[in-house]
Design a protein around this ligand. Structure first.
Ligand code: SDX
Length: 429
């Protein structure tokens, strides 16, 4: 329990004592839950200095460029575990035994098919619909298919829901791609691992065997891991807030997908690649750097900057290595990588970016790898959503496992009209 206190001295008011609660890592927090009784709210649009919850899943130190999942550093996980093992760690908090890991893998593998009627939802979309628009729709529609396990206060129901979402997201994601290309949906295969199965469903056709490249599937699996969870980011906070009302878990995940879609968040990987394509060549970079600095120009360098990381995003370090591995192995001479590397070099030496600590983030390199693998740009954020679903589920589950959990209901600073009389129209004429 907290024994340190903060004392608030407000003119004309008695001092207000607020408990300080210590974390195991990072900043301690001032518990302001009782501040309302003293006639004040805190004011923090964008939550720059506000902890919305207590969590034990992920810890980020933005100044030191540290990212831990249940205490394990992200580079150790990315280089020594596959995505499903990382999912186990995020969900259960500890590393699995071999038997536990095999059981987890088998359960995920055996739930990858979706209800055949789900396929008909796709046919309501135009073929040129953005895959994220389709994902918002079909993931939300899962709410209508699983009435047998929706008691959010039942641990087993929450675990079944976790497996269903983790298992079916790759299938639904690949179906989005197949639908927009006009190719038939490809069923999952139980003899392939998670990343191989996704690539198989994305690129196989009924006409011929599709050989999954081990280099590509390893890079894909690493991308899944590097996007798995990231503390209380915008989409995870959306899932928590939606879930706090007791909403259906599939609807909560659909809300997370919608929030992730924004270019300031998960949509940045797609926006980053479009930016690199717009820059086109190294000679054009200075013009875009100047635009990024121009306060009157809304242009931001996509893939740079982060609310928390004021140091290099540790995921970008791992992603950069994977990026070069894939391009070297696949012998892809991607001119966009030349632009990306030169942009990174300039941005890391330019006073504006250095002073504002705008380093490349996870989205900067993921877009180049996905393009090299042959994933369409419009699918980049879908892959981010697939990867992040385990983080959303882990946080949703952690929230519902907390008996003190209550509905999220922020207050506001009101600056509108004070009370005034309303005159009916005939009196106003
Ligand atoms: C993700 O929260 C998470 O954890 C997210 C994420 C996850 O895993 O869930 O890590 C994934 O969303 C990564 C971020 C992807 N977004 C982008 O790459 C889009 C480009 N980046 C920015 O739009 C911006 O950096 C944000 C949105 C990421 C962060 O915005 P903040 O924290 O609100 O910072 P800010 O916009 O207030 O920027 C601070 C200053 C501003 O200048 P001043 O007003 O102080 O003069 O830096 C400038 C900004 O103008 N700035 C940029 C910039 N990012 C910030 N200037 C040019 N290019 C940029 N990319």
């Amino acid at each position: 329990m907290a024994d340190k206190k903060a004392t608030l001295h407000i003119e004309g008011k008695a001092p207000i004592e607020l408990p300080i609660i210590e974390g195991s890592e990072g900043q301690d927090v001032i518990d302001v839950r009782k501040l309302g009784a003293s006639g004040f709210f805190t004011f923090d649009p964008g939550f720059l200095a506000t902890a919305s919850c207590e969590s034990q899943i992920t810890y980020i130190d933005g100044d030191k460029g540290i990212l831990l999942h249940r205490g394990f550093p992200i580079d150790q996980l990315a280089n020594n575990a596959d995505y499903l093992e990382v999912c186990y760690v995020l969900l259960y908090g500890e590393v699995p035994t071999r038997a536990e890991y095999e059981q987890f893998r088998t359960t995920v593998t055996r739930h990858t098919m979706v209800h055949e009627q789900i396929a008909s939802f796709f046919h309501g979309f135009r073929r040129d619909a953005h895959p994220m628009a389709i994902m918002c729709g079909v993931v939300g529609a899962l709410s209508a298919f699983y009435h047998d396990s929706l008691d959010i206060n039942n641990d087993l129901h929450r675990e079944i829901t976790a497996f269903r979402l983790l298992s079916k997201m790759p299938t639904l994601a690949a179906m989005c791609h197949k639908y927009t290309t006009g190719q038939p949906f490809i069923y999952p295969r139980n003899d392939l691992d998670y990343a191989e199965n996704f690539l198989h469903m994305m690129f196989a056709t009924p006409c011929e065997e599709y050989e999954v490249s081990p280099i590509v599937s390893r890079a894909m699996d690493k991308i899944f891991t590097l996007h798995a969870d990231h503390e209380q980011n915008a989409s995870t906070s959306t899932v928590r807030l939606a879930g706090s009302s007791g909403a259906n878990p599939f609807a909560c995940i659909a809300a997370g997908i919608a929030s992730l879609w924004g270019p300031a968040h998960g949509g940045a990987n797609e926006a980053c690649l479009k930016m690199l394509e717009e820059i086109g060549c190294v000679e054009n970079i200075p013009e875009f750097i100047e635009r990024a600095k121009d306060k009157d120009d809304p242009f931001h360098l996509m893939g740079f900057g982060h609310r928390v990381y004021k140091n290099y995003d540790p995921r970008a370090t791992v992603m950069r290595e994977a990026c070069h591995e894939v391009l070297d192995e696949l012998k892809i001479d991607n001119p966009l990588l030349d632009v990306a590397m030169e942009l990174e070099r300039i941005a890391l030496s330019d006073e504006y970016f250095v002073s504002k600590k705008l380093y490349p983030n996870v989205d900067f390199y993921s877009g180049i790898i996905l393009k090299a693998i042959g994933i369409p740009v419009s699918m980049f954020t879908v892959i981010f959503a697939m990867s992040r679903v385990i983080g959303w589920i882990a946080h949703w589950n952690e929230m519902h496992s907390d008996p003190t959990n209550r509905i999220g209901r922020p207050r506001q600073l009101y600056t509108g009209y004070s009370q005034r009389e309303f005159k009916p129209l005939h009196e106003r004429e």
